[in-house]
Write a protein that binds this ligand. Sequence first.
Ligand SMILES: Nc1nc2c(c(=O)[nH]1)N[C@H]1C(S)=C(S)[C@@H](COP(=O)(O)OP(=O)(O)OC[C@H]3O[C@@H](n4cnc5c(=O)[nH]c(N)nc54)[C@H](O)[C@@H]3O)O[C@H]1N2
Ligand SMILES: Nc1nc2c(c(=O)[nH]1)N[C@H]1C(S)=C(S)[C@@H](COP(=O)(O)OP(=O)(O)OC[C@H]3O[C@@H](n4cnc5c(=O)[nH]c(N)nc54)[C@H](O)[C@@H]3O)O[C@H]1N2
Ligand code: SF4
Ligand SMILES: [Mo]
Length: 745
Amino acid sequence: MATRRQFIRISAMGAGAVMAGAAGLRLLASEITDGRKASYVALTGRTPTYCEVCFWKCAGWVYKDEKGSIKKIIGNSEDQNCNGRFCPRGTGGVGMYHDEDRLKTPLIRTEERGKQSFREASWEEAFDYIAEKIKVISAEHGPECIALFTHGSGGKYFSTLLKAMGSPHIAAPSYAQCRGPREVAFQATFGETIESPERTDIRDTRCLVLIGSHLGENMHNGQVQEMSDAIDKGASIITVDPRFSTVAGKSKFWLPIKPATDLALLLAWINVIINEELYDKAYVEKYTYGFEYLKAHVKNMTPEWAYGITTIDPTMIRETAREMANAAPAVIVHPGRHVTWYGDDTQRLRAVAILNALLGSWGRRGGFYRPESFELPEPVHPPYPTPKRSWRTEFPDLYKMADTVLANGLCDATIPDPSRHCQFQGWIVNGTNLIETLPNQENTLKAIQALQLLVVIDTMPMEITGWADVVLPECTYLERFDDIRVGPHRRPQIALRAPAAEPMYDTRPAFWMARELAKRLDLIDYFPFEKLEDQLDWQLKQVGSSLEEMMRIGVKTFDRSYDDLYFAPDEDVEFYTPTGKIELYSTSLEEAGYDPLPKYTAHEEPPPGFYRLNYGRAPMHTFSRTSNNPNLTDLMDENSVWVNPRVAKEWGLSTGQYIHLVNQDGKRSEFPIKVRVTERIRWDSVYMVHGFGHDDKRLRRCYGKGASDTNLITKVHVDPVMGGTGMRGNFVTFVTDLSGEEVMS
Ligand SMILES: Nc1nc2c(c(=O)[nH]1)N[C@H]1C(S)=C(S)[C@@H](COP(=O)(O)OP(=O)(O)OC[C@H]3O[C@@H](n4cnc5c(=O)[nH]c(N)nc54)[C@H](O)[C@@H]3O)O[C@H]1N2
Ligand SMILES: Nc1nc2c(c(=O)[nH]1)N[C@H]1C(S)=C(S)[C@@H](COP(=O)(O)OP(=O)(O)OC[C@H]3O[C@@H](n4cnc5c(=O)[nH]c(N)nc54)[C@H](O)[C@@H]3O)O[C@H]1N2
Ligand code: SF4
Ligand SMILES: [Mo]
């Protein structure tokens, strides 16, 4: 058992006069001694944190005013993820703490699901209720019938709880709704995944190809900074996007591709690079497998062939292929991040991986570097029981390359179906607004209605909390410790998140919640430390640091312990693929029964009078989580629908007008959305920012503002390879008559 870390204690009275440590760290022993709240919070001065407004996890410093209220957050200059600078959302993170609509106490449902009737409950009551239900479900159906959906830091603690119970069913939307296909494709090709932060060496690149990756609106901090530095140093950008994105405006080439046809463009580029012998011959010879198969496969996939599909001029296809080859190996065909588009996403990303391999960019400066994460020892606990059942058995012969649990898979396997053996009975949902995050809301709600238990851990009264049986209010990231950030980068680095203030209202950190539940389920041995800060101190001391040191410096960087950032000239590299080579021809896909080389297949076209629904990010918001943030709503408080002038003319639409959207299945947007007429979108598509159109009235600032794209995504194209949910195959048309409707503008 850990010994309690002894900090220098300073009473509130003495705090003004005494400074502890060189960095002027002042600590105040918490008055709360029931083990629930963090023991120490900085009284004044700065507290280290890493941001939770998105998952780039920039490390920063939190400052408070004279009254002890959190005032501002700024970047930590030692941090590789942010280089001392936060993005607007990270800076606005203070608003999450100050938001008066936050969840304030535990809530227990009083009427059936679908009705917003809750009563306030004590923590004891809430935990007893949950533990009792979990015991009943485990006894009747087995612990495997309890699933965890999670996105964010608290997931770690609830994962420990699930595994200790004997359930392997832990899913995150960052896989099958986000980057899963690229990880599977790169794993199949190079034997390694891309991870987060991405291993793209943008800093030193000479040519960056962005395919539907709208860096700049997608504000992943260090990446955007490196891109802007690379542009200053003369790198060329090639942007492939049906929309004139912010980065398209900074690009040497903008290819306004017909949506859903990127695979044809990629295959044509491969064709040009092979036919014109622009590929890195020595690299291909030494490191790759299957070049001849690839060459034969793309033989007829000429730029002229692709023109008919993509609408991109063949000259442009050739010119851009040469631009990449001229820069090689300092070239990046970016793998993107949110890549679940059309259901053939793994194969599209395989083509991206192949193109990079031909250009020799993997393992080369200005291409993809070899990242390193920091290895931090985990606390010792008994082994986890072996689960007796797995979600996989419910999907025989499907998604064979999925290397993690699918959130949509768990959802589908919750809906009663006599052909299934294992039906999920209980969900624990931490930090993911599933109603807005999973496509096909009707499906999600059908699953939820079938549950015996739905527990939601959140900071805000988001849509998902409205469906819960029990809501557990978490304090924000500014009010808690969390695990040490160890994530990959050029050099191994760790970052600390410590509370800058005590949890407001009756909120608590997820670590404490998971541990309290573990106590009630006789699983406390899996949580050997009573307080997370003691665990962190123990972990840090194993590697020559301490909590005290990390409170002072926030971020610590270590030397690399293996490999160089790039392959040495002529280095013999063993790739973690079946052949030990970079697999242009994928033996693992073939073995699993999928196409070993990517093939183009056509996708459905919009019906007459309909337009493809395209969506993306805005620089000042993150998904649905920031739409009520007081600081960020000041910058943008609703989304709009982008419409091409030609279409606007046909429909008589003008900028500023509110309309409804109706999709191909007759699903209508719940709230009206403002029109933005712009040349920046193709005539066959419309565009909107994801995360608006909230329908929970407890979100007073953002309720009814703008429309939700998820509302209109009823058709899902599931990737047969790994189960990713392709969400861009939906089409909408316009309803202009809003007579009698109130617009929340
Ligand atoms: N239609 C549509 N669907 C999408 C996308 C899209 O663009 N369009 N994008 C996809 C992608 S790329 C991703 S990664 C996913 C993202 O999916 P999610 O991560 O589910 O996104 P959010 O909507 O931000 O939901 C986050 C939830 O966490 C809560 N939260 C915030 N901070 C904390 C905290 O500290 N503790 C706890 N316990 N909760 C907290 C928020 O209040 C919110 O309810 O969505 C995917 N789904
Ligand atoms: N500000 C901000 N930044 C974020 C986030 C956020 O919420 N807010 N979320 C983060 C997360 S988790 C993720 S996954 C990333 C997502 O960011 P990205 O992976 O960069 O982008 P997406 O949101 O998928 O893509 C949107 C772009 O794809 C284009 N597009 C649509 N259809 C097609 C097509 O058929 N072909 C091509 N070539 N392009 C197409 C759209 O016009 C749009 O410009 O952003 C991250 N960064
Ligand atoms: S990119 Fe912005 S929102 Fe994301 S972690 Fe960094 S500062 Fe926070
Ligand atoms: Mo994502």
